[in-house]
Ligand binder design. Structure first.
Ligand SMILES: *Cc1c(COP(=O)(O)O)cnc(C)c1O
Length: 385
């Protein structure tokens, strides 16, 4: 196979440890749904789903039917898939046929789904998403009663698998008022289900932050995304964890991803010369430069231009000049033994040094999620111990 310009390694040990951490937090009675949207937050759906299954996960959540299809191609037969977002009308039959669970967030969907299920002679497995205050998707209260009536009447064709909503901002303490209000409204929907004797199999509200910070919001399922990948959703959530466990620091979560490349070329640059495009970087002394074979088109943030560094031989090599579309340069003047083809770490550990995604993204004002989910799916992923 022809080599790609960079490669990603995924640690099974780190993932298993993160999943166990979440499990311990939520307890044995709460189902963990692993959120693998956005190509498993850039980690790669295909390897990640298999790794998560090894760690005992049997339920996966995605944002779109297209992503669900990717999970279908690699999951084992005992795992379920749930679409939390876009499912076009033309794909409803496909979802039902493949027993893929999906959200319903407007009433008009229900009769459509019923008709398709009837034509297929197979039950649709649905989660009613309700509006509690995030105001993105969710069935409004006015429509909820008639939705329940419709489902009850068409029980043989529609399985009421879940009642759910999404908290808009559980990762920040300053949103507590809003989150509590959302929870209060969510409880009203649950009450309505109870009074109609129509409780679904699963009730779920919390994502990573919610499931760590608000135990009363776990119900019998949580949808955990960012935390499985080894990132605290926010400093607030981290400090909440420290407070709860009475620790002063904790490395409970482990980064799964390591992103590597190799030195493509080396050159000596005399003092006064400019490096790369324009005049962004001028050598202040004679320098030795290493060329990296990737750039912003390969997911390396352009905002790292003239800041940040990579690791070579366990040492920091600062970025010199602009990140180009498919190359950038680093200063290896202090790494004299650097040679053509030597391994370069872009994210992760090398010897005693480490580049965390967070330090990386803080400097360029990108969310961890944003940076990770932009890693092109073309970069090969391999699973390591
Ligand atoms: C992305 C997403 C999640 C997971 O969020 P994390 O903060 O990454 O845990 C859960 N639920 C819904 C509806 C989402 O869109």
């Amino acid at each position: 196979m022809v080599r790609h310009s960079s490669r990603i390694e995924l640690s099974q040990k780190a993932l298993t440890s993160n999943i166990n951490f979440v499990r311990k937090k939520i307890g044995p009675k709460v189902r963990l749904s692993s959120v693998v949207k956005a190509n498993a937050y850039g980690h790669g759906i295909d390897p990640f789903v298999t790794m998560a299954e090894k760690a005992g996960v049997r339920h996966f959540s995605v944002a779109s039917a297209h992503e669900a299809n990717e999970v279908m191609a690699c999951k084992n037969s005992s795992s379920s898939v749930m679409i939390m977002g876009i499912l076009y009308d033309v794909d409803i039959a496909w979802a039902i046929e493949n027993e893929i669970e999906f959200y319903i967030f407007n009433y008009d969907r229900l009769p459509k789904v019923k008709n398709i299920a009837k034509a297929l002679g197979k039950k649709a497995i649905i989660h009613l998403e309700v509006e509690t205050g995030a105001n993105r998707t969710g069935l409004p209260k006015e429509d909820f009663g008639k939705a329940l009536t419709f489902i009850k009447r068409n029980r043989s064709l529609i399985q009421f698998e879940g009642l759910c909503s999404h908290l808009g901002g559980a990762e920040s303490d300053s949103n507590k008022f809003k989150v509590d209000q959302q929870h209060k409204r969510f409880k009203d929907f649950i009450k309505l289900c109870k009074s109609r004797k129509m409780l679904p199999n699963y009730i779920h509200l919390a994502s990573s932050a919610g499931s760590l910070v608000y135990p009363q919001m776990r119900y019998n399922m949580v949808r955990a995304g960012v935390i499985q990948y080894g990132f605290w959703p926010s400093p607030d959530v981290y400090y909440h964890h420290l407070d709860e466990t009475n620790k002063s620091s904790d490395r409970a979560l482990k980064r799964i991803i390591t992103w590597k490349t190799d030195i493509m070329d080396l050159r000596d640059v005399p003092r006064g010369e400019f490096i790369g495009y324009g005049t962004a970087y001028q050598a202040q002394q004679d320098m030795r430069i290493a060329v990296m074979p990737l750039g912003y088109s390969n997911g390396y943030p352009r905002a790292q231009s003239n800041r940040g560094h990579v690791l070579i031989h366990g040492k920091k090599a600062p970025i010199t000049g602009l990140i180009n579309m498919n190359v950038f340069m680093v200063d290896v003047s202090n790494i004299p033994d650097a040679e053509l083809g030597d391994e370069v770490v872009l994210v992760g550990r090398q010897k005693n040094s480490v580049i965390r995604v967070s330090s990386f993204t803080e400097s360029v004002n990108l969310l961890n999620n944003e940076m990770l989910s932009r890693l092109p799916s073309a970069i090969p992923r391999t699973v390591v111990r």
